[in-house]
Design a protein around this ligand. Sequence first.
Ligand code: COA
Length: 178
Amino acid sequence: MKAELTPSSAGTPGRMEIVPMTASDISEVLRIERASFSTTWPSDAFYNELTTNKLAHYYVGRIDGKIIAYGGIWVIFEDSHITTIAVDPAFRGKKYGEVMLLKLIDEAIARGAAWMTLEVRESNVSAQQLYRKYGFTTVTTRKGYYSDNNENALVMWAGNLKGELYHARLSALRTRFL
Ligand SMILES: CC(C)(COP(=O)(O)OP(=O)(O)OC[C@H]1O[C@@H](n2cnc3c(N)ncnc32)[C@H](O)[C@@H]1OP(=O)(O)O)[C@@H](O)C(=O)NCCC(=O)NCCS
């Protein structure tokens, strides 16, 4: 599946095309990964996800061929899990993260998910804001989940993804990007 969504806020550099991640994308993805997270996935983690995990679905967002965002989900029957999402620091605040999240939610729903969860650092307020915008709420806290600084993780869930209410919420948010 391929998505072409254009963030509509002023000053955006252009259209981001979202396509499935392939092994040849991993080095570019790792560049963004290193610039985005204090603890990073090794390249073989991405490679294993792409080649051996049947539940995993990863995407990259490109502008003029250059990868500027990526994200991934696992879908297990009606449950789905956002495993990662990041935007190149030079392209943040221009709605590309939101467009990538929308793609992950769309893909999870298309694969039968009714629930979606993720973990986010307690200090990562911007990501939490983004998730709240898409109906995620904090359900529990995992104490000391992040080993680098012993930071807590908030566990957020969005539910009833197949329901009319959530569908209407997505439609309203999506109109800004089409
Ligand atoms: C989180 C991340 C993916 C957001 O991507 P982005 O392209 O910068 O964000 P967007 O421009 O799409 O913003 C969409 C929404 O996110 C929230 N948001 C983004 N930046 C924010 C900021 N600096 N402060 C508060 N909220 C912010 C807002 O809700 C915003 O919607 P609004 O503009 O209507 O208020 C990006 O900041 C990133 O890559 N961070 C590092 C990696 C990371 O933390 N990933 C999440 C791990 S759980």
